[in-house]
Each structure stands twice: as C-alpha cells, then as structure tokens.
Ligand binder design. Sequence first.
Ligand SMILES: CC(C)(COP(=O)(O)OP(=O)(O)OC[C@H]1O[C@@H](n2cnc3c(N)ncnc32)[C@H](O)[C@@H]1OP(=O)(O)O)[C@@H](O)C(=O)NCCC(=O)NCCS
Length: 183
Amino acid sequence: MKVTPIVLQDLSQVLYVVRSATIEDGAVIARILSEVGREGIYIANEGAYMTPEQQSLVLSHLNPEQHLILVAEQNGAVIGTLEMVRGVFQKNAHTANFGMALMPSARGRHIGEGLLRAAHEWAQATGIEKICLSVFSSNTGAIRLYHRMGYHEEGRRRNQYRLGNEFVDEVFMSWYLPPRSVT
Ligand SMILES: CC(C)(COP(=O)(O)OP(=O)(O)OC[C@H]1O[C@@H](n2cnc3c(N)ncnc32)[C@H](O)[C@@H]1OP(=O)(O)O)[C@@H](O)C(=O)NCCC(=O)NCCS
C-alpha cells in the first residue's frame, strides 16, 4: 500500500509533506544518499550509492506490500528520504528494516520523526510486528530520535565500522508495534 501524503509542521512551524516516492524522485533520492554518504560519518555507503537510473528502476519495481520509500518535501524540494524493507521470508515477514537520511539543512527540526511516523503507519497497515535498524554508536542525534520513537538497543557489533581513525560500534535497535485491534 502507498502512504497517503501527510502535511506536517517542523519545529520552526514550517510545513513539510511526507509522501510515497514516485519514479520521478529517483534522481533526488540518489543525490541525497550520495551526499550524506560523502559526509562520511552517518551511513555506510561512501559517495555514489545508486545512479539516478538505478534508483528510479527500484521505484518502478517496488512491491508496495514489501517495500516502502518515502520522501519529505519542503518548499517544493525533496529534503529527505526513508526506505523500509520487509523481511522476504515467511520466517521474517513480521519484521522490517529501515534507513533514513535528511539533507544537512533539514536536520534537527524533527522532520525525521514525521518520516518515521509515516513508515510506522505503513508497517502497522501491512501487518509488520517488529521494526529494526542499525546505527553507528557515534550517531547520537539519530539515536536520540530512535529512543524518542520508542526504539531500544538489542545489541551491538563492536568496532564494526571505522570513521577516519575512530572505530565505532554498529548498534542494533528495534521497536515492537502495538497489536492490531480486531474490528
Ligand atoms: C538522523 C536523522 C534522520 C534524524 O532526523 P532529524 O529530523 O534531524 O531528527 P531530530 O530533529 O529529531 O533530531 C534528532 C537529534 O539530532 C540532534 N540534532 C539537532 N540538530 C541537528 C543537526 N543540525 N544535525 C544533526 N543532528 C542534530 C539533536 O540531538 C536531536 O535530538 P533532540 O531534538 O531531542 O535534541 C537526520 O538528522 C539525518 O538525516 N542525519 C544524517 C543521516 C543519518 O544519520 N541517518 C541515520 C542513519 S542510522
């Protein structure tokens, strides 16, 4: 299922929209992921992740019961994205993993919270029961957001990534969705 576009207010009361990504968003999503990757401290990929064409191809083949790609848009520009993927086997179809990234100018205004709330609604509607992520232990801003949204640490792989000269842990976090009410 697709997420119905939602209009929200950031911390400065500026409106932004969270919506499902379209094929036309492939280029901007590829650019955001590449630019955030090039910052070198937040996500695993370094620079080029997918070409715009590859990202558009992913969007054109997306199974809406399995895979969600959202964008946040403000003042007519896409400034962030979230991707959530459900487990592909019967054994893990009750789980999903996600990653997200905002352009630097959009951070710190709780826009990430709006993206994640919309992803939670999709997960609830598709019957997912547990949402998982991994984050660098040095990414205190992201971890603050995940704690605020109810996520808890499940474990960590020590010194799993090296950011420059510093080793950081990969922290695994998860959140269990409330059971669906039967009507
Ligand atoms: C992580 C991210 C998605 C969070 O979204 P967000 O909308 O910035 O989240 P919030 O505004 O709730 O900020 C979360 C915390 O980041 C910190 N923060 C504040 N301003 C910030 C800024 N300009 N840049 C980074 N972090 C900031 C604060 O500690 C804040 O928590 P607080 O509001 O409780 O004090 C976003 O900051 C981002 O894209 N960061 C770079 C990529 C990344 O880390 N992706 C996640 C990988 S697991």
